[in-house]
Each structure stands twice: as C-alpha cells, then as structure tokens.
Design a binder for this molecule. Structure first.
Ligand SMILES: Cc1cc2nc3c(=O)[nH]c(=O)nc-3n(C[C@H](O)[C@H](O)[C@H](O)COP(=O)(O)OP(=O)(O)OC[C@H]3O[C@@H](n4cnc5c(N)ncnc54)[C@H](O)[C@@H]3O)c2cc1C
Length: 508
C-alpha cells in the first residue's frame, strides 16, 4: 500500500515528542529501522512553536539545562547528532531565573559560587546552611548515572536520594521561611509540592539550570526539526498527520502484531509509546493488560493544566530577554499548589520575552500559569477555533488577569494588561494539540510514589510494547530526553550508550 506498510520495522514509535525522537535516534545507532508516527501536522510534541502577529512563539520549550559544552545534555545531543549552537543562546549569567515574591525579588545567577555568595549576602544567618544545601544538591544530581554519564554508580545512595522529599532536605539546611520558599520556587518546573517530590530529581533539575541554562534562540520547532532530519538521514521515517488508532494483537500472541494508523497499518518487532499512558490503554485490542498494570495507569493522578498568553509588548526596556521571570502571589509554598474551583486564583505565573529580543521596540512574550480544565467544562468535545465568542471572552479575561498578576514583577510593571491583542491557550488547547489528559503540560504528578523504583519505567505488561516520555521518568526536556535513553537502553543496553555519550569530546 505504501512505504509505511511495506516495511517491516524494528521499532515503531507513537508520538514525536523529544522522548520518542531521542529513543528513535539511539535505536538507529544500533542499526534498527525506526518509524516515528505523529498525530498532528508538526513533529516535536511540546517543542511545537507557532506563528502569530508576525512572531514565533514557543509552547513547552523555553529553556534547557546542562547545556554547557561538556555537560550531560550537551553531550547527549552531540552524540545524537542534533546539537547546533545556532539553536541555543546562553541565558544571562548574572541572573537567568528571576523570582518575584510580594516582599522580595531574586534572580539566580549562573554557578554555585555566585548563587551561594548572593544568597549569603541576603540571608547572612544562613551562611553555613547555604553552603551545605548546595553541596547536597550537586552531590545528589551526580548520583544519577544518566546525568553523570558514569556506568558505575552507588545504587543505595541513589535510592536514598530518590526517596528523600525535597522539603526534608531544605529544612535540614535552611531555617529562614523566605529562603525556604525561594529554594522551592523551581517546583514550578515539575508541578509537585516540595513535600511530595524527590530531592534527587529536583536536585538534578536545579543543578542543570544553575550550571548550564540556555534559551531557544529560534524556538523549539527548529530543534525538533533537527531530530527529524537526522532520523531521516539515518534511513528512518517520521510521519506526521498519522494518528495511531489501534495496537492489534492477533489471537493468542500476547504481543502487538499490527499498528493501525490513520494512514494504514504497520508491522514492527517493537512498539514504543511516547504518549500519555492513559491514552495508550484503550489503543490495545486483542491482548489484555495485566489488571495490576491497567489499574495503576487508570489511577495515576495528573499534574496541573496550563494556560498560556502570547502577545507583543511595546517599549519594555526593563525586560531582559535572556531571563525567565517567575511571579508568586505569596511566599507560602502551600498557596502555589491550590488549584480548585471554577476560576482558580492565580498564585504563580511564568513569563519570557523572545530570546531574540525586541525588534522596533516590540517584544513578543509567552506567559504560562496553572489552569483547571474544569473551568472550560462547557466546551468539552468542541473543536479548536469553533468554540464561540463566550470561550474567546473567557480566555481573554483570564489572560488579562494573568498579565495583571505578572506586572507585579518590577521588570514587567509597564506591561499593558487590558484590551490586548494576544492569543490565549487553555488546557483544552493542550488536549487538542497534544492529547494530554486534563490538558496537563507535565503529564502525571511525579510524586515520590512514581519515582525511582516506583516510576513507570519503560516496560509494560505486553512484551513488545514499551513506554517512553515524561510520564515514565520526569518532566522537562532533559527528563523526557533521558527517558528516551532509558527506553532505548532497556532494549539494546544502556551502559554502552552511557560510555559512548561520556566519550563525546568537548571542544577546548
Ligand atoms: C507550558 C509549558 C512550558 C514548558 N517549558 C519547559 C521548558 O522551558 N523547559 C523544559 O525543559 N521543559 C518544559 N516543559 C516540559 C516539556 O515540554 C515536556 O516535559 C516534554 O516536552 C515532554 O516530552 P514527551 O516526549 O514526553 O511528550 P510530548 O511532547 O507530550 O509528545 C507527545 C506526542 O505524542 C503525540 N500523540 C498523542 N497521541 C498520539 C497518537 N495516538 N498517535 C500519534 N501521536 C500521538 C502528540 O501529538 C505529541 O506530539 C514545558 C511544558 C509546558 C506545557
């Protein structure tokens, strides 16, 4: 029928998020014939960028960590053959993550030395605690073999790091409530309360940003396109507008024998799912999930949905396009995680200006804040661009409310917040473009119950069907990409990958 159907694939990957793209390139390194299938027109999942008002906007890719030459993500991308320095721009080393609380503002500078020194100046009574806290963050991050890129690792120490709640770690070292709140502020990057998230995973993320943050100079889409080009150069296929509709098992085989898509059916030795596991469950026909596996997936709690506002600000010289701005309504950590009611109060928000800076005094910006899919219950089942004026009005109102909240940050104080031309996305938008249940951006809630030995991991109860993606490990582009390393590694051996990645040469 067509090349998709005529080929016997070694691995078919469902979805083209960074996790599937990473897995595909790694399997190609071991000579496997791979085919990546993507439901929508553009590849990349949350790497997706779009054009509006003559500007390019990113959805789920604003910055990456561990991207200095020689660091782990930099090495992984070089190993995959997709690193291109034209795609990235180092964030401001004097302050890349700017946090605004009602009573104080602080920007995390690059390097532990600078972070520790600047915080010691602000919190002199915490001098010793800051030194020991950041030493712990660094130590915990490097326990992960897929971060240190060392094949040998201390398994017991790693398990302890994974089991330790972040809040316990912070309390061990820091007493000042304001400083405690500041050290929890990066929780916005995974959406889990500090009492429920693993200190180890949080440390890995913090370390990657403190030591090597870069922004997407030209947006996430060209980055996704680099992966696609490389997969095709290596003889693989990436097929967009090709939705996987069914994974069919012939009678009694207990494995997936046929992948039925909107463009025909495929056969493959392995099927690797980079989509949310709740979307995967109903796709399987003719084979049974183990009841334990199925009920575990069905009971998974989701992280929060995302709202987004995309617009253009004029004459906003106070904004540094090489900084990320976070705004919190209080320094009380519990407030950040409350998200209930029809119109939940905005307690936390994130905004960035275009990494390319302002042009003719016009600075495109993207803002995000947690949103509740229930707020949009009325429009469940309706199609994008066909939801009517009420929906548009409600979105606009919420967008303006969020920008008013964001204008608490000194850098964004002059941001006009009313009668704006802007595009506003809701959890329904994420549902439509990405399929994420509840319109979440980070997938399942990555609490301690779904971490380490209890993380979903690559294996399923169907022998030739594997999982990859942020839901199997940890959210974020680094987390999702490393989940691809774990999945490919579980098929063809992870130690050799880690050794080969470590050996990637760093330029002098
Ligand atoms: C607002 C927001 C901002 C973020 N900012 C950052 C950031 O600055 N830095 C960072 O590191 N991380 C960020 N993240 C998180 C990061 O984007 C994600 O963790 C990561 O991209 C997830 O990748 P993935 O491969 O797991 O899946 P996804 O990117 O979710 O990809 C899944 C893909 O599967 C496709 N699909 C679904 N069903 C089917 C089907 N039946 N058939 C075929 N295809 C299907 C979807 O269309 C999608 O393309 C952000 C996320 C959000 C939402």
């Amino acid at each position: 029928m067509n090349a998709l159907s005529d080929t016997k694939w070694d691995a078919v990957l469902i979805g083209s998020g960074i996790s599937s793209l990473t897995t595909a390139l790694l399997l190609q390194k071991r000579g496997m014939k791979v085919c990546v299938l993507e439901r929508i027109q553009k590849p990349g999942g949350y790497l997706h960028s779009f054009y509006r008002f003559g500007h390019c906007y990113d959805t789920g890719a604003h910055y990456l960590g561990a991207m200095e030459p020689g660091q782990s993500f930099w090495k992984l991308l070089n190993y995959l053959g997709v690193y291109d320095e034209e795609l990235f721009v180092p964030l401001n080393p004097e302050g890349f993550d700017h946090f605004t609380f009602p009573d104080f503002e602080y920007a995390f500078p690059k390097s532990y030395e600078r972070v520790t020194n600047s915080l010691q100046t602000l919190f002199p009574s915490e001098r010793a605690g800051l030194v020991s806290f950041f030493a712990e963050i660094r130590r915990l991050a490097f326990l992960f073999p897929t971060y240190s890129m060392q094949e040998k690792y201390d398994q017991n120490a790693l398990i302890q790091a994974l089991e330790l709640p972040l809040w316990t770690l912070i309390q061990r070292h820091i007493k000042n409530p304001q400083l405690q709140a500041l050290l929890c502020a990066h929780c916005g990057l995974h959406g889990v309360h500090p009492e429920k998230v693993s200190a180890g995973l949080h440390a890995l993320m913090m370390d990657s940003f403190i030591t090597g943050s870069v922004g997407m100079k030209r947006g996430g889409q060209p980055f996704a396109n680099r992966f696609v080009r490389k997969i095709r150069e290596n003889g693989g296929t990436v097929q967009t507008e090709c939705e996987v509709l069914e994974l069919r098992s012939n009678k009694g085989s207990g494995t997936i024998d046929e992948v039925i898509t909107s463009q025909g059916s495929l056969t493959s030795n392995w099927v690797i799912s980079g989509i949310h596991p709740k979307l995967l469950l109903p796709l399987v026909q003719g084979a049974s999930w183990k009841p334990l596996f199925q009920s575990r997936i069905e009971r998974l709690e989701e992280s929060f949905g995302f709202m987004g506002a995309y617009g253009v600000a004029k004459n906003l010289d106070s904004v540094d396009p090489l900084k990320n701005y976070y705004v919190f309504g209080s320094a009380e950590v519990n407030d950040w995680f409350q998200l209930s009611g029809d119109k939940p109060k905005i307690n936390a928000a994130f905004i960035v200006g275009s990494r390319r800076g302002a042009k003719d005094d016009q600075l495109p910006y993207a803002a995000h804040w947690p949103g509740h899919i229930q707020t949009f219950e009325k429009w469940y089942g309706t199609k994008t661009a066909k939801r009517g004026q009420d929906y548009l009005n409600q979105k606009q109102e919420l967008g303006e409310e969020a920008l008013t909240f964001i204008a608490r940050s000194s850098a964004w104080r002059a941001l006009p917040t009313q009668n704006l031309q802007m595009a506003v996305s809701t959890p329904l938008t994420n549902l439509a473009y990405n399929g994420s249940p509840d319109g979440t951006g980070y997938g399942i809630l990555h609490t301690l119950d779904h971490t380490g030995m209890r993380a979903l991991g690559p294996r399923t109860s169907i022998r030739n069907l594997l999982l990859t993606g942020q839901n199997t490990l940890f959210p974020g582009l680094l987390g999702a990409s490393v989940s691809g390393l774990r999945t490919a590694g579980s098929l063809v051996g992870i130690r050799d990958f880690i050794r080969e990645i470590r050996l990637v040469e760093t330029p002098l």
